[in-house]
Design a protein around this ligand. Structure first.
Ligand SMILES: CC(C)(COP(=O)(O)OP(=O)(O)OC[C@H]1O[C@@H](n2cnc3c(N)ncnc32)[C@H](O)[C@@H]1OP(=O)(O)O)[C@@H](O)C(=O)NCCC(=O)NCCS
Length: 214
């Protein structure tokens, strides 16, 4: 049973979810990262100690040189790993927001300059470009360790091309971003972003349908 590789704390957390989907995504994420990290490190998945920072960020207590980050959306779990520096990942469905919802959330996430840029676009492109900004900002804030405890408007994206990403400043620190889209043939697809604190880090990432673990 894949779930048996979880720690006692992870099993208790899984049991506390009221939503079956949320529980499934949490378990799938932990099984994915324990399996892949253990394979890389040459140890048993259940031997890894996944500690959690006060802001909720999981990390490998015994391997300070290796960082990882998880993201999930609906039926998808994504894991990014890097050696040296820290990493953040975000994945969202392209239809995560309606055009109306995107318009309502934008002013809370985008800087004034970004908002002006997005306002020049037609409605559909506005939503897609906003989603690209969103995942890059969330990945940068997760790399930084704060998540949305920090203000997303404080993430300044310096890319010419909002869809592919390149660089960001978070509270004066440089963060390097890769971003793109994937399609699964069933839905409109997903927008993803990976942020690293180290320009030369070669992040590796993979995504899975959460159902594969059950
Ligand atoms: C980090 C955050 C943006 C993730 O939001 P989300 O909608 O759950 O997005 P994702 O699916 O992309 O990411 C979830 C994963 O990010 C990781 N994560 C959690 N907190 C994190 C943080 N502060 N920094 C980086 N990664 C974090 C976890 O692995 C989590 O998955 P898990 O709970 O299954 O282990 C959001 O949880 C947040 O802003 N957290 C910080 C503030 C907070 O509420 N803390 C409360 C706990 S102390």
């Amino acid at each position: 049973m894949p779930g048996s590789i979880l720690s006692e704390a992870e099993k208790s957390r899984a049991a506390a979810f009221r939503s079956c989907t949320a529980r499934r995504l949490f378990v799938a994420g932990r099984v994915l990262c324990r399996s892949i990290l253990a394979n890389r490190l040459g140890c048993a998945p259940q031997a890894l100690c996944l500690a959690i920072t006060p802001s909720g960020r999981p990390y490998l207590r015994d391997y300070p040189d290796i960082d990882f980050n998880l993201s999930h959306t609906k039926d998808r779990v994504a894991l990014a790993i890097c050696r040296g520096g820290s990493i953040g990942i975000d994945i969202e469905r392209l239809d995560a927001f309606s055009e109306q919802e995107a318009s309502e959330i934008m002013p809370m996430i985008l800087s004034e300059q970004e908002l002006n840029q997005v306002d020049q676009l037609d409605e559909r492109h506005r939503r897609d470009v906003f989603l690209a900004y969103w995942v890059q900002k969330e990945a940068a804030l997760k790399c930084f360790g704060q998540g949305f405890l920090a203000n997303p408007q404080s993430v300044i994206l310096t890319s010419e091309n909002a869809t592919n990403g390149s660089k960001a400043q978070v509270l004066g620190e440089a963060i390097f971003i890769h971003s793109g889209r994937i399609s699964d043939g069933e839905s409109r697809g997903f927008q993803w972003a990976i942020a690293t604190s180290n320009a030369t880090a070669r992040p590796q990432w993979q995504h899975h349908k959460s159902g594969i673990f059950f």
